[in-house]
Design a protein around this ligand. Sequence first.
Ligand code: UDP
Ligand code: MG
Length: 326
Amino acid sequence: MDKVTVVVPCYNEEEVVDMFYPEVQKHLQKIPDCQFEYLFINDGSRDGTLEKLRALAKKYDAVNYLSLSRNFGKESAMMAGIDYAEGDAVIIMDADLQHPPETVAEMIKLWREGYDDVCGKRVDRAGESFLKRTFTNFFYLLMKQFSTSYEMQRDVGDFRLLDRRCVEALKLMRENQRFTKGLFTWVGYRKKEIPFEVRPRAAGTTTWNFFALFNLAMKGMTSFTTAPLRLMTFLGMTISCLAMAYMIFIFVMALIYGDPVAGYPTLITVLLFLGGTQLLALGIIGEYIGQIFYESKRRPIYLVDEMNGTRMVYESVLRPAERNTK
Ligand code: UDP
Ligand code: MG
């Protein structure tokens, strides 16, 4: 009998959490020799999600929940789930039923065949705005150019099954600025992608807006590659060379042809161009310093307020043996 933990991060999902368990369990109970337990992470919801989770945990033995002390963001909520999950494998699913539970049977099958990280790959990005798609493409393109040591998986999100090996490896990475997608890639092991179709949200609204996604992309970039810094060095060298060539050009024009090259327009163009690149370079350096700033504080990734009805103290996060399990 395999034990599998389904980790479900929830933020303001009161309209869907009730639906989630019966709907998913309906499909999962058909999988042979597998015992599923659910671990819902309430990521500081402002609505009735926590009350609903409390009721669910009372009603069903297989349901556990963790409630974080405030909203830490999906990346941190997933980490909490990964830390507390006890199964031989962990499946991460969104609470809004966008990840089809039918796919799980296939995931389990592949896991039993020896894959450590079975990731759901979206087959279409329909239903997403043109702008979102364009930026997503651009992001993948940049990441592909920049990261040399490993390739970021395309259209692969957080819907996946992780073997205990991957789970333990992920637990070692305590960085604060989490770009989980990159971390999954970083750990390696045997990966297998399986296609799935993203469903529309069962209810409620998405919490991701353009800026949240942009920030995530920046985080992904700065926490997985220093290539932009290198690029700036390269740009600096190129501009210096161009400036040198231009200087020679002016010299030649003045000495041979006696042409006093117009001062104001050329000066202002060069000045603005240089000013712009300098600000850009500073901005990029700033992004990395920002990362160092956050990481050097070594703050915990999340704090647990309550688990299955018990008030938690931070230390108990570090001592799994003392955790309250039902
Ligand atoms: N989520 C979370 N914390 C947050 C934002 C989102 O735990 O701060 C959860 C949310 O409850 C959902 C999942 O992350 O289960 C995906 O969020 P959403 O459906 O809003 O994103 P989308 O599917 O549009 O990418
Ligand atoms: Mg969603």
